[in-house]
Design a binder for this molecule. Structure first.
Ligand SMILES: [Zn+2]
Length: 188
């Protein structure tokens, strides 16, 4: 009897899922957006832990999907201009030359330090880690040179020196947060 009910339940669920496809995918999307930062960090940690496994899976995938990848690359090149690519390359090279080594753990630390909100405007949407003193002036990302900003503030700060972006009061607060980390984050 129980087995019969299970089959019935499975069928009902299947029917429901089919009927409400859009609704389900929307609620999935909403859930993802709400937990985006958390999901991203979990994925990052997973990737760091399973580097070799991922490499092999990627290799197999790449071999199987050669043509698809080629087409995607073409599309990517169309969207990303030469200038854009040149800038990214330059940034990457700079990071290597100044030995930037900012780990996932460091990122979690910075997020906690700024209470998971943009330091500049308080937004909790699309947060990213920002170099306080810019990479372009040779400053590596580190626990004492990282701030949490939303994407809007991050792109408007760009690679400006912090004193040219924040008000003097805000900068003073930022530097005091960064300089007093050990007392703020005792126990983390
Ligand atoms: Zn902001």
């Amino acid at each position: 009897m129980a087995y019969k009910n299970l089959e019935k339940y499975k069928l009902t669920t299947k029917r429901y899922n089919l009927k409400n496809k859009d609704k389900i995918s929307l609620s999935k999307k909403i859930r993802y957006n709400k937990n985006k930062d958390k999901i991203k960090i979990t994925e990052k940690i997973y990737r760091e832990k399973n580097k070799d496994k991922i490499k092999i899976t990627k290799k197999i995938y790449n071999e199987k999907n050669k043509n698809k990848i080629k087409a995607n690359k073409k599309e990517y090149d169309k969207k990303h201009t030469k200038e854009h690519r040149k800038r990214s390359r330059k940034r990457r090279a700079l990071k290597v030359s100044i030995c930037e080594h900012y780990t996932v753990q460091d990122e979690l630390y910075t997020r906690a330090l700024f209470h998971n909100a943009c330091f500049n405007c308080g937004s909790t949407e699309t947060l990213c880690i920002d170099h306080v003193y810019p990479l372009s002036s040779g400053c590596a990302l580190s626990k004492t040179n990282a701030c949490l900003l939303c994407r809007t503030c991050n792109s408007s700060k760009s690679d400006r020196d912090p004193k040219n972006f924040y008000t003097p009061e805000k900068l003073k607060l930022l530097l005091s947060i960064l300089n007093n980390q050990s007392s703020v984050l005792d126990g983390l």
